[in-house]
Design a protein around this ligand. Structure first.
Ligand code: PA5
Length: 444
């Protein structure tokens, strides 16, 4: 079942047989494992390799946390955070927090920043609720989540004692290495493994994404099913012209070559805002290296037409736009007649908001095309688990193909280390004495 389609008619790019051949070569490399970063290709066949037993185990542990806690704190950063956050936002009622009754525990996030105020406010808010935690770190050594976990672990142990804490804390980490693995074993936490060959930003279909989502009551089986659909639709057996991820990868690379250095991912559904955040990490970290790569940016529409709209329409012409267009809304809301008609909007009487939103989308598309902003469209049937599963795998496959077309290793992130080294030196971590002196002198 295909719930999403890619449309490049308004991109200004005519896809040639050579481009298709190049994309087919890149896709093949992902399947044969002969390209750069080939020890990180576990995500390619991840959806189809998930067993029923694995899903049952995730649900079993999720159910235990659901039964024990009103609030589950999910601790992680980057690829160990954004996938769960993105899918959760997409699947949750926008006003869940205002509801008097909650059918699911509230999943909140920590460890994706080091803000003292955020952390204080979180700890204060948790006081009124029963709590549990999921701590996620593939390396097990990332500073931000490690700091947050220290605090949350101490709070859980203080409240419930060490034995019960082991029932309320679940770790998701590397098979063998890292401090978190050692700690989880020592404390007797249930532990899920992130396979060595699945990198952080490609891990949303591993327990990294699935466990927090199952805790929050998201239908993770449908989500995985959607990813499996897209794994098939973008597999080697599909002709490259019919592979939507490959077509997306081709067009964005051609636009990049033509001077379009910035891709803006936009949507007219605010619930998809964090899908864009997840996408920015996926593409930014995968392609931004060796002094090349498209800069991924995002907008939520129509809100951002009243802020970024001016720049997109008339600013520097280095942009192209990719719109996630949602075909069907879940609910129906119509504009009502108003006798006084002071706002002059009676011409909209009886129209659904989705119709008005669609006309805004089509109007903006044409205006941006006229303004020199090529437009790509990813149309999705609706916002539900299966469709979002298809969408995320589509982006993952598109990213792998695109990175290989660009000629980079889409599975490493050497640049991420630079800030860590400086931060440790400035914090006087033992072993960083020389760097510490040099950096502090520069900051005088
Ligand atoms: O994509 C990546 O590999 C990174 O964004 C990581 O997910 C992020 O740095 C967190 O790493 P870890 O899970 O080891 O704590």
């Amino acid at each position: 079942m295909k719930l999403i389609s890619f449309d490049a008619r308004h991109s200004g790019i005519n896809i040639t047989p050579d481009m298709q051949a190049e994309a087919a070569r890149a896709n093949r490399l992902l399947h044969t494992g002969e390209g750069a970063g080939n020890d990180f290709l576990g995500w390619v066949n991840l959806p189809s390799s998930i067993t029923d037993e694995h899903m049952a185990e995730i649900q079993r542990v999720a159910n235990r946390l659901r039964s024990k806690a009103e609030v589950v704190v999910c601790i992680g950063i980057g690829g160990s955070y954004l996938g769960a956050k993105a899918v959760l936002e997409a699947m949750t009622n926008s006003f869940e927090s205002l509801k008097k009754r909650h059918d699911n525990p509230t999943v909140v996030f920590a460890g994706e920043n080091i803000s003292e105020d955020y952390t204080h406010e979180l700890m204060e808010a948790l006081k009124d609720y029963s709590i549990a935690a999921i701590v996620i770190s593939k390396s097990g050594t990332t500073t931000e989540p490690a700091i947050a976990f220290r605090l949350i672990k101490a709070e859980i142990e203080k409240r419930y004692g060490k034995a019960e804490a082991a029932e309320r804390i679940v770790a998701i980490t590397d098979k063998a290495r890292g401090a978190l693995k050692t700690l989880a074993t020592q404390e007797g936490y249930d532990t899920f493994i992130i396979e060595d060959n699945v990198g952080g930003r490609y891990s949303v279909l591993s327990p990294v994404g699935l466990l927090p989502l199952a805790v929050a009551g998201v239908d993770v089986n449908a989500f995985v099913e959607g990813a499996r659909d897209m794994e098939r639709l973008t597999g080697e057996a599909t002709p490259i012209e019919e592979n939507p991820a490959a077509q997306y990868a081709i067009v964005r690379n051609e636009l990049y070559k033509a001077g379009k250095k910035i891709e803006i991912l936009g949507s007219y559904e605010p619930k998809l805002q964090y899908i864009a955040e997840w996408w920015k990490q996926l593409y930014g970290e995968s392609e931004g290296k060796e002094l090349k790569g498209i800069f991924p940016a995002s907008v939520t529409l129509t809100a951002d037409l009243h802020s970024m709209g001016q720049y997109i329409q008339e600013g520097e012409r280095t942009l192209f736009e990719t719109i996630i267009s949602v075909k069907n809304s879940k609910y129906e809301v119509k504009v009502e007649a108003d006798e006084a008609n002071l706002d002059g909007l009676n011409f909209l009487t009886g129209k659904r908001l989705s119709q008005i939103n669609k006309m805004a989308e089509l109007g903006v598309r044409l205006a941006h095309i006229d303004g020199g902003v090529p437009n790509l469209v990813i149309e999705i049937e609706r916002i539900d688990e299966r469709t979002i599963g298809q969408l995320l795998y589509f982006f993952e496959k598109g990213c792998g193909i695109s990175g290989y077309i660009l000629g980079v290793n889409p599975f490493d992130q050497p640049g991420v280390e630079a800030y860590k080294k400086n931060m440790f030196a400035l914090l006087d971590k033992p072993g960083y004495e020389e760097e510490s002196k040099a950096l502090k002198a520069r900051l005088q």
